[in-house]
Write a protein that binds this ligand. Structure first.
Ligand code: UD1
Ligand code: CA
Length: 460
């Protein structure tokens, strides 16, 4: 995030709990893999721990967690919880992997808005206070599914009471357990096996708190002011709330680094998107995945850009750009679709109702009106007339079309691929080009035949 902490937490290991079934999501996808602003939610937790200055990170996963491992990759280690028998059981499953770290930071994998600064402060307080257990709490209006912190008359924490255990009790404002804990490892590992099973058969990590309180171990609650930072995600309503919060956070980051966002409420920008200074994001614009946009561009209104690289001074209006590269000074739209594998060189103009797929358009190519260019290479300064179509598919295979530099493709030309149009060549309106066209000639008709020279057979 904004600050870089030195890796001060050397003798620590982080354990991220991510093996729960997430039943409340009602999904075939593991809860912690549901994306928030384009990133699996558990990745935010990993990234926050890293940014806070923690080194080793062990993610507790279920027995069949190929997708989770694929999403998080090699940067973290894994421990397997064979059956989802509760958060206490999950933490116990990581014991061998943790090894001999002095302190363990335990994080719920479904609390993605947590800030690195908060985690670093939690760990510092744990060390300063000599805590056996230090954990984050916050005040909420409605305890809902959270565990409620119980204190005695002197304000000492005595227990965390989980929702299933307080059924029938009136809900309301409460101090809740936020789901981030620091443990002195020696204390943790001598007590984790003593965690009892709940009535529902789960071993709650939070049962360590009453255990610690009873034997007068040092329990340190640390309050977070902003409850939204520790919002847990259990169902899709909470996912949508967290998405909105994350979006605000991301948009604010861009606003403060010199991007104009006309209406932040309708700018949907994924976490990994990079935007240059003085670029303007118009309303109802979606910037997805690994998109990067240069300085002084204008995207939107009503546009989607996904996994694309956009240069400087580009404009995209009411259009969709996916897995494509636009160099500088390119303009697209309204109502065009730039698809995977497209490369638009500097100064290319794509007007309305155009589709470009897997094609390279050279510098200054103009393609102003409804047309389809797919599987093609177009030389610089060539003009693509209205209604031009590369007939790239013969029903079995795709074929390439090559168009030279400074060519002029007349309106309504069909280019039946594989076919090559020479430099400086022209096709008359309505041509159906089935054979290669040499440099500098005009072809016309269906099928198109050479009718005369264009006088442009020499191109620079
Ligand atoms: C938990 C806490 C609750 C706290 C809340 C904060 C417990 C018992 N309760 O409740 O006090 O207020 O988080 O958000 O810990 N997981 C496993 N294995 C399991 C079960 C869960 O790895 O067997 C993982 C889940 O994937 C999830 C995390 O642990 O990332 C928390 O589990 P969840 O079931 O969501 O706990 P809550 O009911 O939210
Ligand atoms: Ca939860």
């Amino acid at each position: 995030m904004t600050q870089n902490f030195a890796p001060t937490f050397d003798n620590w290991t982080v354990v991220i709990l991510a093996a729960g079934q997430g039943k409340r999501m009602r999904s075939a996808v593991a809860k912690v893999l549901h994306p928030l602003a384009g990133r699996p939610m558990v990745r935010y937790v990993v990234d926050a721990a890293r940014a806070a200055g923690f080194g080793r990170c062990i993610v507790v996963v279920g027995a069949d967690a190929g997708d989770l491992r694929a999403a998080l990759g090699e940067g973290v280690e894994y421990a397997v919880q064979r059956e989802p028998l509760g958060t206490g059981h999950a933490l116990a499953s990581a014991k061998d992997a943790v090894g001999d770290a002095e302190h363990v930071l335990v994080l719920n994998g479904d609390v993605p808005l947590i800030a690195p600064e908060t985690l670093a402060a939690l760990a510092r307080q744990h060390m300063d206070a000599g805590g056996d257990v230090t954990f984050l709490t916050t005040e909420v209006d409605d305890a809902g599914a959270y565990g409620c912190v119980q204190r005695d008359g002197d304000g000492r924490v005595t227990d965390i009471v989980e929702a299933p255990e307080r059924s029938g009790l009136a809900e309301g404002p409460a101090e809740i357990n936020a789901g981030q804990y620091c443990f002195r490892a020696a204390w943790l590992w001598t007590h984790i096996e003593a965690v009892p099973a709940s009535a529902g058969g789960e071993r709650y990590l939070t049962s360590l708190i009453p255990l610690a309180a009873r034997e007068s171990a040092t329990v340190v609650p640390v309050a977070v002011d902003e409850a939204s930072e520790v919002q847990g995600i259990n169902d899709r309503a909470e996912l949508a709330e967290a998405e909105a919060l994350m979006r605000q956070r991301i948009n604010r980051g861009h606003l403060l680094t010199g991007v104009t966002i006309i209406d932040p409420a309708t700018a949907y920008i994924d976490a990994d998107v990079v935007i240059g200074q003085d670029t303007v994001i118009e309303p109802n614009t979606h910037l997805r995945g690994a998109t990067a946009i240069g300085d002084n561009s204008r995207i939107g209104p009503d546009s989607t850009v996904r996994d694309a690289t956009i240069g400087e001074r580009c404009q995209i209006v009411s259009s969709t750009v996916e897995e494509a590269t636009l160099e500088d000074d390119v303009d697209v739209g309204p109502y065009s679709h730039i698809r995977a594998g497209t490369h638009l060189s500097s100064g290319v103009h794509i007007g309305n109702y155009a589709e470009v797929k897997n094609a390279r358009l050279g510098r200054g190519v103009k393609m102003g009106h409804f047309s389809y260019i797919g599987d093609a290479d177009v030389g610089e300064e060539t003009n693509i007339g209205a209604g031009t179509i590369t007939c790239n598919y013969d029903g079995t295979e795709k074929h390439r079309t090559r168009i030279g530099r400074g060519a002029f493709i007349g309106s309504d030309t069909m280019l039946v691929a594989p076919v090559t149009i020479g430099h400086g060549a022209r096709t008359a309106a309505g041509s159906v080009v089935t054979k290669d066209v040499p440099d500098g000639v005009l072809v016309a008709g269906a099928p198109a035949r050479v009718t005369r020279s264009t006088g442009k057979e020499r191109q620079p």
